[in-house]
Design a protein around this ligand. Structure first.
Ligand SMILES: Cc1cc2nc3c(=O)[nH]c(=O)nc-3n(C[C@H](O)[C@H](O)[C@H](O)COP(=O)(O)O)c2cc1C
Length: 186
């Protein structure tokens, strides 16, 4: 699959098959992530590959948050359990982290480079028949999430990436044509 095709066919995948993703596959994709453009070569990224135990712990935290929005205690418990199982059953879950530089300008560039590496990871996954889904949100900054993953004080969890063989491929979401957002300057 060439790059154009990978970009065109990439989707945020919601459901994965039970096929396991191997350590070799993940390592191969992370080797692509570290090739991202990186101003000053700060290489601020870290990759935390969550095993089943950590995925379950994360699922518990996520489930608790979801359950907090449900009034009925039985329904809340069901939400808790469902979320825990959902996270534990993911074929793979990788947290992309950023080491936080003291200089805000560097920090912003570093955030961008982590995402560029993530995009290479996503496209590389496409090329080997794997699907991905980027997940963010306040939960990533919560002390309990940081504790569950063992993230250091000078690091930020930028995003979690779900990875696995797609059960189905979601439809493409419409985009505003690039031409409508492009200004050709003299
Ligand atoms: C920075 C970033 C954060 C995202 N966070 C979430 C998220 O927390 N939950 C979610 O379901 N999707 C998340 N997404 C996925 C987007 O919802 C998805 O990319 C968008 O709907 C377009 O769909 P597509 O990726 O299939 O083209 C995130 C995407 C990006 C780039």
């Amino acid at each position: 699959m060439n790059v154009r095709e990978a970009v065109r066919r990439r989707r945020s995948v919601k459901r994965f098959t039970s096929r396991a993703v191997s350590r070799d596959e993940i390592e191969g994709l992370l080797e692509l992530a570290v090739l991202a453009p990186n101003h000053r070569m700060t290489q601020p990224w870290g990759f935390w590959v969550l095993g089943p135990e950590t995925r379950r712990a994360y699922g518990r935290i996520k489930g608790e948050r979801r359950a907090g929005k449900v009034e009925d205690p039985k329904a809340a418990e069901a939400v808790r359990r469902k979320t825990e199982v959902e996270m534990e059953s993911l074929p793979a879950l990788v947290a992309f982290t950023q080491r936080l530089d003291e200089d805000p300008e560097v920090r912003e560039e570093d955030f961008a480079t982590v995402y560029m590496g993530m995009q290479s990871f996503l496209l590389g996954a496409m090329a080997v028949g794997l699907g991905t889904h980027v997940k963010t949100g306040r939960i990533l900054d919560e002390p309990e999430t940081r504790r569950a993953l063992g993230v250091e004080d000078d690091e930020r969890i930028v995003a979690l990436v779900h990875l696995g063989e797609p059960e189905d491929i979601p439809d493409s979401k419409p985009r505003v044509p690039a031409a409508e957002r492009t200004r050709w300057l003299p």
